[in-house]
Design a protein around this ligand. Sequence first.
Ligand code: ZN
Length: 135
Amino acid sequence: MTYEQLLDRAFSQLPGLSEEKVDFKIPQADVMIQGNKTMVRNIAQIADVARRSKEEIAKYLTKELAAPVTFDNQNLIVLTKIQSGTLNEKIKRFFELYIICKECHKPDTHVQMIDRGYTTIVCEACGAKYTVKNS
Ligand SMILES: [Zn+2]
């Protein structure tokens, strides 16, 4: 088998997968329920991957979970009981809405402007610009 044939075979075994989509994984929240509070112990890491501030994620979660969110050292604390699965669904949605570019699916975006309930997102990888209605 020639090198080209080997390449063809390698690619044919990966139908429709682009490297970027495979490489980027939405981080999982490390969730711990303590009494009536829910702690996210790796919020710093999630914020780092998202390249957004912890406060921005906290603000989003406050609205989505309809519960007050605060910080205790390195932890994000939701002042109610939230199951790990529910919290991770919200984090996933946050990434899908505000972090991952709708055009090229890379997470290299930043917020350009927040105005009247809309967030304008700009992608640094492909230059796409779009607005997302804030929840
Ligand atoms: Zn893009």
